[in-house]
Design a protein around this ligand. Structure first.
Ligand code: HEM
Length: 466
């Protein structure tokens, strides 16, 4: 028994032909956050496609945990694969476990301290020219940090700055192109519009850059202690069902491109949202500065400091709740099944949004307030806090991203005060990641801590990496 799909309520603000595209393009977060009022499952129409948004947090978990029945696939993933290939984030269940096992060594906790050192120097080098009173384009600056940090952790040997920048720009072009492609019918992608040409050029150039670096790593054969070496050296016994026991060069290129697309704009977005909220809440920023100064006592942040930076962790957690970066993930139903008592035929597209969970007042009281103290007593709970997804397809870079955000913010907040230029709420970039657009903040140098080493802002200078 169970209810049929057509008994699932259709979301309001539906237009003929366009369905909910206009509501989503105008105010995707507010619109999605309003939908749990209409039911545990709600139908959405995007042009000719119908999808079912899962609003109930328990059902969201159920769908995310069973990645065989609720697999990556369907029209939206087909479009995403055009952008990033068939790497870990986009491959279907049948190819996923082997890829995940072979990628996992790159993200082992034992590797995190090395990565933290690379991130700290990337943050330092990117911001060392900042001056007191300057206005910075925050998202640009954070993207420069996360690109440089990932390029260094990925390829250890330093790439020229121009190449690192180009990788970042290409990843960003692909991210925003991927978002546009989700909403626009496929034939429009092939038209030679400036946007499509930019997207195709960025995709081809990024793959070429990555192929070149893989070839040079393979040629020298040694373990560079970087992410790429971890992928090149990962090995398990061949399995006739699962596939070869090592990743091919093509598969590694897919993973590297995936990590750049999945790991740079997202983490830069998180950093930007934290700075945006701190600029709007000077009292929280001052408290955080005092906390960071006390924990670090003038040293550059390292991996071992991360567990001690408890208030900073609360601030980051709250930013991830209020501004989840990946605002929508989709799944395709691979066989007739039921979710929450509703029959879902094979081929149904499911959509899951962090905003339906994180902005639900029954789960998080006063959901639109930025309040890091809500995490003082209780750490975030698995069902109600899902910025990195859940289940077997949960983000593989979650600890990497949290460590990166913590050391970068500790470095920045220890040295600078960030001030808002306007009270207006941030606008959100139209990208697959939900990140602030054109966020500009004024810098004020903080007085040097006790054991200042002589840097003009009093900032502790980390050792260069490597
Ligand atoms: C704040 C930063 C980040 C956020 C919010 C984030 C969020 C997410 C989410 C929600 C998913 C699950 C998507 C789904 O279920 O369909 C995911 C998957 C993934 N993320 Fe992240 N991510 C972040 C940083 C990173 C970093 C730094 C990397 C790599 C360096 C990375 C690599 C991946 C990969 C490869 C997957 C696919 C995992 C799989 O399917 O096995 N992410 N991420």
């Amino acid at each position: 028994m169970g209810k049929d799909l057509d008994t699932v309520p259709l979301a309001p603000r539906h237009l003929p032909l366009l369905g909910h595209s206009v509501a989503l393009l105008r105010d995707r977060l507010g619109f999605i956050a309003s939908l749990p009022r209409h039911g545990d499952l709600v139908r959405l129409r995007l042009g000719p496609h119908t999808m079912v948004l899962v609003c109930d947090p328990g059902l969201v978990q159920e769908a995310l945990r069973d990645d065989r029945t609720f697999d990556k696939g369907g029209p939206f993933f087909d479009r995403a694969r055009e952008a990033v290939g068939n790497g870990l984030a986009t491959c279907p269940h049948g190819r996923h476990r082997r890829q995940r096992r072979l990628c996992q060594p790159a993200f082992r906790p034992a590797r995190l301290p090395d990565y933290a050192a690379a991130v700290t120097s990337a943050a330092y080098e990117t911001t060392e020219a900042w001056t007191d009173g300057e206005v910075v384009d925050v998202n640009r600056a954070m993207l420069a940090i996360t690109n440089r940090a990932l390029a260094t952790t990925m390829f250890s040997s330093r790439l020229p700055d121009t190449t690192t920048r180009q990788i970042g720009e290409d990843a960003e072009t692909i991210m925003s192109g991927a978002m546009r492609r989700m909403f626009v019918p496929a034939p429009f992608d092939r038209a030679p519009t400036p946007g499509n040409l930019r997207f195709q050029r960025a995709r081809a150039r990024l793959r070429q850059t990555v192929a070149d670096v893989i070839a040079s790593h393979r040629a020298d054969g040694s373990d560079h202690q970087d992410l790429l070496s971890a992928l090149l050296l990962a090995e398990e016994p061949d399995d006739p069902q699962d596939g070869p026991g090592a990743l091919s060069d093509g598969e590694i290129a897919d993973q590297v491109v995936t990590f750049f697309i999945a790991g740079t704009e997202t983490t830069a977005g998180l950093l930007s949202w934290v700075l945006y909220e701190l600029a709007r809440h000077p009292d929280i920023q001052d408290r955080l500065h005092a906390h960071v100064t006390q924990v670090l006592a003038g040293r550059p942040p390292r991996a071992v400091d991360v567990p001690e930076l408890t208030y900073l962790t609360q601030v980051i957690t709250e930013a991830l709740r209020l501004h989840a970066i990946t605002w929508l993930v989709t799944r395709t139903v691979t066989e007739d099944t039921k979710l929450g008592g509703t029959r879902l035929p094979a081929g149904t597209t499911l959509a899951l949004s962090q905003y339906a969970v994180h902005w639900n007042p029954r789960i998080h009281p006063r959901p639109r307030d930025f309040d890091p103290d809500r995490w003082t007593e209780q750490p975030p709970e698995r069902t109600s806090f899902i910025p990195f997804g859940s289940g077997p397809r949960r983000c593989i870079g979650d600890r990497f991203a949290l460590q990166e955000a913590t050391v970068v913010l500790a470095l920045l907040i220890g040295s600078w005060k960030f001030t808002a230029l306007t009270d207006r709420p941030a606008r959100i970039a139209l990208s697959a990641a939900c990140v602030p657009r054109d966020l500009r903040l004024r810098l004020e140098a903080r007085p040097a801590p006790g054991n200042n080493d002589g840097h003009p802002t009093g900032r502790p200078v980390p050792p260069r990496h490597p």
